[in-house]
Design a protein around this ligand. Structure first.
Ligand code: DO4
Ligand code: MG
Length: 277
């Protein structure tokens, strides 16, 4: 089942059929004891003729915070050790990759999140920026994973590379996160064979493309959620990005006008144009 947030309200789709969801936002759904049972009831009430149009799509978020895990793929560990070499930050990334405790950081509030087709931003004081395609979990207030979507953890590599303590500035700014196009409501995690692909288009050509699979994700999603909920509560649930396994080569930076396309098997494609603040 796919849950869509649109200008006309929330909708559920199953195969090609569309079902309106009476609740006005994700908060109420996430507080339900049996979200999946409730969705089955909606499907039981019958579909409508409504077609979901791409222009109406919004980010599938209401008042949830977005958090992110870092250095959960070997590729991310490698790229970050390299970018922070001059600042002496390299060993931090290696250590967090192998440590029991994962790196978790606050990423965004809903107002900083772009939906499908909406622009993501490059910071105006950054000169080395990349998109980070990430499998993103939706977790209810009881710490149960109820669904997932595609996330883009936009990052300013030069700012983080100068000093790892600048991480919040490299990661958290207006338009630094995109989510969508829908939430796959499922209790089972996606299989390890799930492919993740990133393409950046520039002036009609592909400026970068790369791919990975969830088999490369070192951390168990349940363990990431368990750490996130330690001494923390999320009354309306929370999104948790699980880290990137695709980092473009060091000579690549995003530019205004680029189009970022992220595909994850089973989750469709999240597409966002890039603007500079
Ligand atoms: O340690 C910095 C952030 C890492 C990150 O965002 C990632 O690995 O995806
Ligand atoms: Mg990331």
């Amino acid at each position: 089942m796919k849950l869509w947030n649109t200008r006309k309200g929330l909708f559920l789709t199953v195969e090609q059929k569309v079902y309106p969801v009476p609740e006005t936002g994700l908060d109420a759904l996430l507080r339900m004891d049996d979200l999946h049972g409730y969705m089955d009831q909606i499907v039981g009430q019958g579909s409508v003729a409504e077609q979901l149009s791409p222009e109406d799509l919004l980010a599938p978020i209401q008042s949830q915070e977005v958090w992110a895990a870092g250095v959960t793929y070997y590729r991310s560990r490698d790229a970050r050790m390299e970018e922070s070499r001059d600042a002496g930050g390299g060993s931090f990334y290696d250590r967090v990759y192998s440590a029991e405790r994962p790196e978790l950081f606050f990423k965004a509030t809903a107002s900083r999140v772009s939906g499908p087709g909406q622009p993501v931003r490059i910071r105006r004081d950054a000169h080395w920026s990349v998109p980070e395609p990430e499998w993103t979990l939706l977790v209810n207030p009881r710490g149960q994973i109820v669904g997932c979507t595609i996330g883009n953890d936009m990052s300013s590599r030069d700012i983080e590379g100068e000093n790892p303590l600048y991480l919040p500035q490299a990661k958290v700014y207006q338009g630094s996160c995109a989510l969508g196009p829908f939430i796959l409501l499922a209790t089972k995690p996606l299989p390890p064979t799930t492919g993740i692909a990133l393409a950046v288009e520039r002036a009609g050509a592909v400026a970068f493309s790369g791919s990975t699979t969830l088999a490369e994700l070192k951390r168990d999603p349940a363990q990431l959620v368990e750490y996130l909920f330690r001494d923390n509560c999320f009354p309306s649930g929370v999104f948790l990005m699980t880290g990137t396994g695709i980092v473009p080569d060091d000579d690549f930076t995003l530019a205004e006008g680029d189009i970022v396309r992220i595909r994850i098997d089973g989750l469709g494609e999240l597409t966002n144009p890039v603007v500079r603040a």
